[in-house]
Design a protein around this ligand. Structure first.
Ligand code: FMN
Length: 138
């Protein structure tokens, strides 16, 4: 199973209905492509993991990178794993600005860190740790 993780910044902050529309479309398309993953959004920044068959992941990642609704796409991680890291979601989603995200055990460590912060590109384990927090607590 191949996965890629990136961070990016929205050109303009997404409203809840805009995020909902993006997700609805993404989930339908990911299901068709056999892809899974998770999208985090916080204060205008995204972090997303996409996983599945390598060619399909790379192709979609290239499409997403060209999406004019965001910029500064920075690949944080690329790799393979024995199994799906996020098997149950065509695209899990959390808005980390929501109150309940703050209650997620372990999130304290990340609360003041923008998703595009250099700490994630410097240390890919940090972004996996963040993604796993929300995998456990969806
Ligand atoms: C932050 C972000 C995440 C996205 N994630 C996905 C995704 O997981 N799957 C997907 O199909 N499209 C995703 N998109 C949308 C794609 O960029 C693109 O608009 C869409 O795949 C085009 O779908 P179409 O082939 O039906 O026109 C995302 C866009 C943004 C800005």
């Amino acid at each position: 199973m191949f996965h890629v993780v990136y961070a990016s910044s929205a050109l303009q902050p997404f409203s809840k209905p805009e995020l909902q529309a993006l997700l609805e479309h993404a989930r339908k398309k990911n299901a068709k492509l056999g892809l899974t993953g998770m999208l985090l959004y916080k204060d205008g920044n995204f972090m997303q993991v996409l996983e599945g068959e390598k060619e399909a992941v790379m192709k979609l990642a290239a499409i997403i990178e060209r999406d004019p609704r965001h910029k500064g796409v920075l690949i944080l991680l690329r790799g393979t794993s024995e199994e799906h890291l996020f098997p149950n979601w065509t695209m899990g989603f959390r808005d980390l600005a929501d109150d309940n995200a703050a209650k997620t055990p372990g999130y304290n460590d990340f609360m003041n860190t923008p998703l595009t912060d250099g700490e994630f590109s410097r240390d890919p384990n940090r972004c996996m740790k963040l993604l796993r927090l929300f995998k456990k607590n969806m």
